[in-house]
Design a protein. Structure first.
Length: 737
């Protein structure tokens, strides 16, 4: 929500949000990708405002997921009923519901569209389908979630290669097939070009960030209990409880969203039937079956499959997004399964066996949960989880009367009854298909309908005495909170700057410098907040005026810096009386050859940041008058995210230091003339000042954004031309004699 609110407010004011000044002493906003500003659905729904946007975006995404999955299934020969079954299952599967309107689903929404358009392109070779494929690739790459983009690209490439090698596009021969595959590759590259405006700044930011190092996973050990839990949740989504029902007990494993891969117990039964029935009748069925099983094994970290994070590229990310592939393959096979039932309508024996097989599965599932319930009730199987959830709540969760856990079994049993009713002649095939699709929808709706409500902003981000104080007193400076007092990114909504921030891609130098301090701030220790003098120095140079904490701050043996102001709901606000202004002037400098040397100098006890700035990679050594930062006050003329303007009046040569994050994409001017932008105090900015009165401006102009925009516009025009070629070259129909 903070991302959406910020993007919408900036766009509505006529500015494109390139920079986020409210987190991490400033950070690229657009280049970080997660905001997904250029996602077509976001652009379509942003005008409704940051509150209604959520509902409209969710509605469009769910509809698009359902329709394009249906269209894809129809393109590979499935019936209307089979396509509807697949569309319903993928549209509201557990993974989609849990991540709805996160950039995960903003990206995922293009997966079935990509399968559909590329399938039609390989089948027909028409330019219109090529243009649609390119547009879909572009939509995928501006969706904002790189890990999802990688997995979608992986499964799509596997599908295309399999189609070419095993199925082959319809046409006169291998030459036509090769020509269409080349055309498909060209359209994919054109789609990459469409997204260049997002892709180039992101890649540049990524390579200069700590993200790859932070997200590179070590070898994931195999834990039988964890894998068993994940497998259980695949069949019973509330097996580990549900946070919306206040009985979630699996916190020690992973959070709820990260383990949800439920597609419906009835859908799993239909998918199994589809895989078995069509294994020798349709060459795509084995592909979806094999890929779905592999994805599920990766998702639950099965033995040997837990090693996936040891592989290059695969080791970057959370490693749990394989649920999206399992969900898509399961949804596709559910459509195959419904078509299998329609084909079996004249084979009463197999239809009867299928109905009883479904019913037997429901009985086995119910018996399994019943055994667990008895074990918890009578043998204390839940003893190891007592610190997380009470025995009473655990027993209540697994009680047979707890429909929240037993709903999947009920719908599977209902599906069995529908199949047996058709076997008995009580239902016609169309009625059976309609009822099964309805049950598939009801199963997933029952699980997910209450999980993603749109809650009034005031209920989540209330105006408090603390937020009102910060807005009134903080001015151009910053504050810092702890994870218990003020969640990162949420201060964006109040227009105040936080030293922290929750961002997947963070400048590597900033992250390295501030990591120990952030770790200390987010500690849950109940003792006093023990800050080293280096921690205090980092807060001082960042212009952190206020500190919000539930623990009394202490700086080694120094009793001075932090002044208690007031307390609200056990959260105390302290003022850092030694904080530097966000913009100030110093008259002496120290030159450092590299970042490591600059860090050592900056954090040395004898260094005085109020009188001296440490410069890296440029600048001149100054040893001016021994004046501190108060000797030449800085006046603020403009303080916009991408445009900062300051006025100074200095008695001697010095440096204007702006404690905002340094990147080469910021440009500086002095009295309207371009001047070098210097790296100051390891991560901040500085400009050399001659004596006298001057106006200094900082403007954010990310070069790769503009280069990418040119490429994207060029590719858009090329795509339009390609789409118009069939219209311009179409011959008029011959006249009838």
């Amino acid at each position: 929500y903070p991302y959406a609110d910020y993007a919408i407010s900036r766009l509505s004011s006529g500015h494109f949000p390139l920079w986020n000044p409210y987190i991490l002493t400033g950070s690229p906003f657009f280049a970080a990708a997660q905001a997904a500003i250029l996602d077509p659905i976001n652009l379509l729904t942003y005008p409704t405002g940051p509150y209604a946007y959520w509902t409209w975006a969710a509605l469009i995404r769910l509809t698009l997921l359902g329709l394009t999955t249906y269209a894809f299934m129809r393109s590979i020969g499935r019936s209307v009923a089979g396509g509807l079954a697949s569309g319903v299952v993928f549209m509201i599967c557990g993974f989609v519901v849990a991540w709805l309107n996160y950039s995960v689903v903003t990206t995922l929404v293009w997966l079935p569209a990509l399968f559909w358009t590329s399938t039609r392109l390989m089948q027909t070779g028409r330019m219109a389908w090529g243009a649609a494929t390119a547009f879909t690739v572009g939509g995928l790459l501006v969706g904002g979630h790189p890990e999802t983009q990688f997995l979608v690209g992986l499964v799509w490439a596997s599908y295309c290669l399999y189609s070419v090698a095993v199925i082959r596009p319809q046409g006169p021969g291998m030459r036509a097939a090769a020509r269409r595959v080349f055309f498909l590759g060209a359209m994919a590259l054109l789609g990459v070009g469409l997204s260049a405006v997002q892709l180039l700044p992101f890649v540049d930011f990524l390579l200069n960030s700590n993200s790859i190092a932070e997200r590179t996973g070590n070898l994931t050990p195999f834990y039988l209990g964890r894998s068993a839990l994940f497998l259980a949740v695949s069949f019973f989504p509330n097996f580990a409880g549900n946070p919306t029902q206040h009985n979630y007990w699996a916190q020690s494993y992973i959070n709820f969203n990260e383990q949800i891969d439920y597609i419906g117990l009835l859908a799993i039964a239909l998918a199994t039937l589809g895989a078995v029935y069509w294994s020798r009748r349709d060459r795509l069925a084995p592909f979806f079956a094999a890929l779905g099983i592999i994805a599920l094994l990766f998702d639950i970290r099965a033995p040997m499959f837990n090693l996936i994070r040891a592989l290059p590229i695969f080791n970057v990310g959370q490693g749990v997004r394989w649920a999206l592939i399992w969900s898509f393959c399961g949804a596709a096979l559910a459509g195959y399964g419904l078509d299998a039932l329609l084909n079996l309508r004249t084979n009463t024996k197999q239809l009867r066996n299928t109905g009883f097989w479904f019913l037997g599965g429901a009985v086995v599932a119910f018996g399994t949960l019943l055994v667990i319930y008895v074990g918890i009730r009578d043998f204390s199987w839940d003893q190891s989880w007592r610190p997380l959830i009470s025995h009473v709540k655990m027993a209540r969760l697994f009680h047979p009367a707890s429909v929240t856990l037993y709903w999947p079994i009920i719908f599977l049993a209902a599906g069995a009854v529908v199949v047996l009713a058709m076997w008995k002649g009580l239902l016609k095939a169309p009625a059976m298909a309609a009822l099964l699709v309805t049950l598939l929808y009801a199963d997933l709706w029952t699980f997910g309908s209450s999980y993603n409500p749109v809650t009034p902003r005031q209920a989540i981000y209330p105006t408090t005495k603390t937020t009102s104080f910060l807005k009134e007193h903080i001015g151009h400076e910053r504050f810092v909170g702890t994870v218990q007092t003020f969640r990162p990114n949420t201060p964006m909504l109040f227009g105040v700057r936080d030293l922290r921030g929750y961002e997947d891609v963070v400048d590597a130098t900033f992250a390295q410098l501030y990591a120990p301090l952030n770790k200390k701030l987010d500690s849950v220790s109940k003792d006093s907040l023990q800050l080293r003098y280096t921690d205090h120095r980092l807060l001082q140079i960042a212009g952190v005026r206020y500190l919000l904490t539930m623990r009394k701050p202490r700086v080694a043996t120094d009793r001075r810096p932090y002044k208690w102001l007031f307390e609200e709901n056990r959260v105390a606000t302290y003022e850092n009386e030694e904080a530097l202004p966000r913009a100030y002037v110093v008259f002496s400098s120290t030159l450092a050859p590299n970042v490591l040397a600059a860090t050592a100098t900056l954090l040395a006890p004898e260094h005085d940041p109020t009188r001296n700035v440490v410069l890296t990679g440029g600048g001149e050594h100054l040893a001016g008058p021994q004046l501190d930062a108060k000797a030449a006050p800085v006046a603020w003329r403009k303080d916009e995210p991408e445009d900062v303007e300051l006025e100074t009046n200095t008695p001697a040569p010095g440096y204007l230091v702006l404690s905002d994050n340094y990147t080469p994409d910021w440009e500086a001017t002095l009295d309207g003339r371009g001047v070098p932008l210097l790296r100051a105090n390891v991560v901040y900015r500085a400009v050399a000042l001659p004596p006298g009165k001057h106006v200094v401006s900082f403007v954010y102009r990310p070069r790769l954004f503009y280069v990418g925009a040119i490429i994207s516009v060029t590719c858009t025009l090329a795509l339009l031309m390609l789409a118009l070629i069939p219209l311009l070259t179409r011959r008029p129909p011959a006249r009838q004699p």
